[in-house]
Design a protein around this ligand. Structure first.
Ligand SMILES: *[C@@H]1O[C@H](CO)[C@@H](O)[C@H](O)[C@H]1NC(C)=O
Ligand SMILES: *[C@@H]1O[C@H](CO)[C@@H](O)[C@H](O)[C@H]1NC(C)=O
Ligand SMILES: *[C@@H]1O[C@H](CO)[C@@H](O)[C@H](O)[C@H]1NC(C)=O
Ligand SMILES: *[C@@H]1O[C@H](CO)[C@@H](O)[C@H](O)[C@H]1NC(C)=O
Length: 397
């Protein structure tokens, strides 16, 4: 019974990928490569992302208190929206019931410190633990994005991403926007994870979410994760986890462990390639030396493909959206070609935060789901994140 309820939710979400009707009447899909968008300003820039510190020396249950007490109001609003949505899909209220009753009983299956950290987030926000867990699971499964690592002519690496989130979770007809994307923006934070008052790694994240989708370990590596749609999709892993087959790692807990523990690009690559996971994913990894960048295409159990920079062949960047790089993207969701066109036009000689921001500001690479843009550079230790918007006319994804 329990499993039935959850499995009904998921297929509607998957089907929505194929629903092209929304996109058909919302021109224009694309625009010419932007230029001069940096430093960020104008209607596609919604503000800077503020910084918080999380001390890994504190007990896991207390680490997030400050951040969550600051962000409690917008977090409550988002969770309420997700709860309302679940209740409108399942008017019996059963789904929320399951989430509130069953998920918390499974928290003990999560590795430390993630179990205690989620309890801490629940304590600080007053939100039931099951809903905090669901909120964390959501990002594992519904993140659509564009990530790129490019090497300039001097050999320096730039790693950047647009985080697009909120697809399938409700289109706001009046506002012509994705409700959840709107509700997420106030939750975006940069977090410095510190030990002994020294920053070990940093991330752009959402308050209440303890895994990592976008992160940098200064001097060592940069890492982003994009969702990979697959028949053997995230929801199957989540379901299996719920019903007790709990072998795989949550992807964003893996990325966090890699940022915390890996001491080299090679070690990170190895961990990201070999650890069994709950759902398929793309990991986009950058190192600290010329040539060190790759896209790892993962199934739940193994590494399907590793695509590395290849300067000899003129491949000075790797770019990943949400499709296997050796296959064409879905026709209704081609962010890859426009991004490549603009990168090619920029050329390796002129690659920088400014020109990468231009690429990530060009529709449809920038779209209505785009919540933030983060740019990272190991060589000059820079990490910048900006809140984004895509005012009409703009493609929904
Ligand atoms: C964002 O930060 C930059 C640099 O610190 C500052 O110049 C700018 O005014 C800030 N913009 C907003 C909207 O806060
Ligand atoms: C539309 O968005 C505005 C601001 O983002 C918000 O105040 C308003 O409640 C939204 N309208 C609806 C119908 O949700
Ligand atoms: C960009 O350049 C790469 C490498 O030269 C080439 O394979 C690709 O087709 C180009 N893509 C676009 C969209 O121009
Ligand atoms: C390099 O990029 C900058 C924008 O940052 C632009 O103003 C400039 O014209 C570009 N230079 C070349 C040679 O394309």
């Amino acid at each position: 019974m329990t499993v039935m309820q959850v499995s009904v939710l998921v297929p509607c979400i998957v089907l929505a990928i194929c629903g092209a009707s929304l996109a058909q009447d919302v021109p224009p899909y694309t625009e010419d490569c932007r230029s001069g968008t940096y430093p960020p300003s104008g209607p596609t820039f919604k503000g800077n992302v503020s910084w918080y510190t999380v001390s890994l020396d504190q007990p896991p249950r207390e680490r997030w208190l400050k951040l969550i007490s600051d962000k409690k109001a917008p977090l409550l609003e988002l969770i309420k929206h997700i709860r309302d949505l679940a209740n409108s899909l399942f008017p019996s209220g059963k789904l929320v019931d399951i989430v509130d009753k069953i998920l918390p009983s499974l928290i003990g299956n999560l590795p430390s410190p993630f179990d205690e950290e989620m309890k801490g987030v629940a304590d600080a926000s007053g939100i039931p633990l099951g809903e905090i867990m669901l909120f964390n699971i959501f990002y594992e499964v519904f993140t659509v994005c564009t990530s790129v690592v490019a090497q300039d002519s001097s050999g320096a690496l730039f790693h950047a991403r647009n985080l697009d989130f909120g697809l399938f979770l409700g289109w706001d007809v009046k506002n012509n926007s994705w409700m959840v994307s709107e509700l997420l923006r106030p939750l975006v934070v940069n977090v410095k994870f510190q030990k002994n008052d020294k920053t070990v790694f940093m991330s752009t994240s959402f308050a209440g979410y303890i895994g990592i989708l976008t992160g940098m370990k200064p001097g060592v590596l940069t890492l982003t994760m994009n969702e990979r749609f697959s028949l053997d999709g995230g929801y199957i892993g989540v379901l299996e986890w719920i019903i007790g087959l709990r072998k795989g790692a949550w992807m964003s807990f893996l990325t966090r462990s890699v940022l915390e523990n890996a001491t080299s690009y090679e070690e990170a690559k190895n961990l990201l390639s070999k650890t069994e996971m709950l759902a398929p994913a793309y990991f986009i990894l950058g190192g600290n030396k010329a040539g060190e960048a790759c896209v790892i295409t993962r199934s739940r159990r193994s590494c399907i493909d590793t695509w590395e920079l290849d300067l000899q062949k003129g491949e000075w960047y790797v770019l990943e959206t949400n499709y296997d790089h050796w296959k064409p993207p879905l026709a209704i969701d081609n962010r890859r070609a426009p991004a490549m066109k603009c990168l090619n036009r920029t050329s390796q000689k002129n690659i920088s935060f400014a020109t990468i921001y231009d690429v990530l500001s060009t529709k449809p690479v920038l779209n209505k789901l785009t919540t933030y843009t983060t740019m990272m550079s190991i060589s000059d230790s820079k990490f910048e994140a900006y809140l984004r918007d895509c005012p009409d006319p703009c493609i929904p994804w």
